[in-house]
Design a protein around this ligand. Structure first.
Ligand code: PLP
Length: 253
């Protein structure tokens, strides 16, 4: 499985979370690094995107020789990289999980506002599954989710941009951690009890990677989403207090 995403030097989110998830779920992990962040439990202290040429070269090296069974995209930083990655994905038959990463839990921007239109127009149509959280839903579609009842409307608004499935992550709502998976016909509510643990850095990256890892292993989308939800719920429950801020989920729980 291939993750196309940004590096988190603190190891809780980004490419590091993706690779740990792939190891935990028994698939061979490969990475195309799109950006490097200087980051720890307190936030993002700096971020640098790689040239589109470097992203294209990493992708070609991996795909042309080794091949991929599933791709996950995460932090893409700029409109230029979103367009470059969408262009590369147009040539793959593998399922693609698009995590439209926008802003970190600490409020650090991981995607330029000027890239939103490229995400809507070019990246989401390439997705087998799009996995926005509630902030990303609002930024991409304008739909504001206040409660579980709003999740179907949010999913419809995301599906309108062309992904086959939308997996709306409702974890920021109060109460149970509820996500909604739908392709517009079939609907699955994924529900887990809320763990009273603030060490949740990397949750979103981990869920999206777990979906892609399960797809790489041959599961269908509803099975992959259910297995990924169980994995991320365990990782949140086991999250640990590293650093002085929000610690990482535990990928090896
Ligand atoms: N850093 C990178 C490189 C990421 O891709 C992401 C999320 O997608 C984050 C940080 C944010 O992680 P969190 O919001 O869980 O703290």
């Amino acid at each position: 499985m291939l993750a196309v995403a940004g590096s988190d030097s603190g190891g809780g989110a980004g490419i590091q979370a993706d690779l740990k998830t792939m190891l935990a779920l028994g698939v061979h992990g490969m990475s195309v690094v799109t950006a490097v962040t200087a980051q720890n439990s307190l936030g993002v202290q700096g971020a640098w995107e790689l040239p589109a040429e470097a992203v294209r070269a990493q992708y070609r090296s991996v795909v042309d020789d080794i091949g991929v069974q599933a791709v996950k995209t995460g932090m893409l930083a700029s409109a230029g990289l979103v367009e470059a990655v969408a262009d590369l994905l147009a040539g793959t038959d593998a399922p693609v999980v698009v995590d439209p990463v926008g802003v970190s839990k600490h409020g650090d921007s991981l995607l330029a506002a000027s890239a939103l239109e490229a995400v809507r127009r070019e990246l989401l149509p390439a997705a087998t599954v799009a996995t926005p959280n509630l902030d990303e839903v609002t930024r991409l579609t304008g739909v504001c989710v206040q409660s579980e009842d709003d999740l179907p409307r949010a999913a419809d608004a995301v599906l309108a941009f062309g992904p086959r499935w939308a997996l709306i992550k409702g974890g920021h709502l109060a109460g149970d951690a509820v996500d909604l998976l739908t392709d517009g016909t079939e609907t699955h509510w994924l529900r887990a009890p809320r763990h009273d643990n603030r060490h949740t850095h990397g949750t979103g990256c981990t869920l999206a990677s777990a979906v892609a890892a399960e797809l790489a292993r041959g599961r269908d989308v509803p099975q992959a989403a259910a297995a990924a939800k169980a994995y991320v719920t365990g990782a949140i429950a086991a999250g640990f207090p590293l650093g002085g801020g929000i610690g990482p989920v535990d990928h090896a729980w």
